[in-house]
Design a protein around this ligand. Sequence first.
Ligand code: AMP
Ligand code: ZN
Length: 118
Amino acid sequence: MAGEPQADCLFCKIVAGEIPATIVRETETTVAFRDISPQAPTHVLVIPRVHYPDGAALAAAEPLVAADLLREAGEVAAQEKVDTTGYRIVFNTGPGAGQTVFHAHAHVLGGRDLQRLV
Ligand code: AMP
Ligand code: ZN
């Protein structure tokens, strides 16, 4: 069924507590944890507890959870104190954009100068 945990999904395993992660925030619908290979002083991933392959698929199927995810990204930025200096929320979508884990996730990046991308 849509949104159900996938046996071969790394982030479903983090949600289930089967793989350790440095969790910085949790809600009923989301988990936020530090990226294992940080690209900035603050690099946190915010994921929904439910499994969808990317952020757009999550928003299409469960818009309220997608809103939770985006709000939590902002809460992480505030907790990490990068809200005042500026931060970036990234959803890599598809292998061509560098997506490697096909469980929806937002990267929250901050704490260094982030070059303007677009
Ligand atoms: P993406 O390339 O957008 O799919 O992002 C996947 C992210 O997950 C990458 O930035 C990885 O460094 C990160 N990652 C992979 N395995 C783990 C893990 N076990 N704990 C935390 N972050 C991870
Ligand atoms: Zn998953």
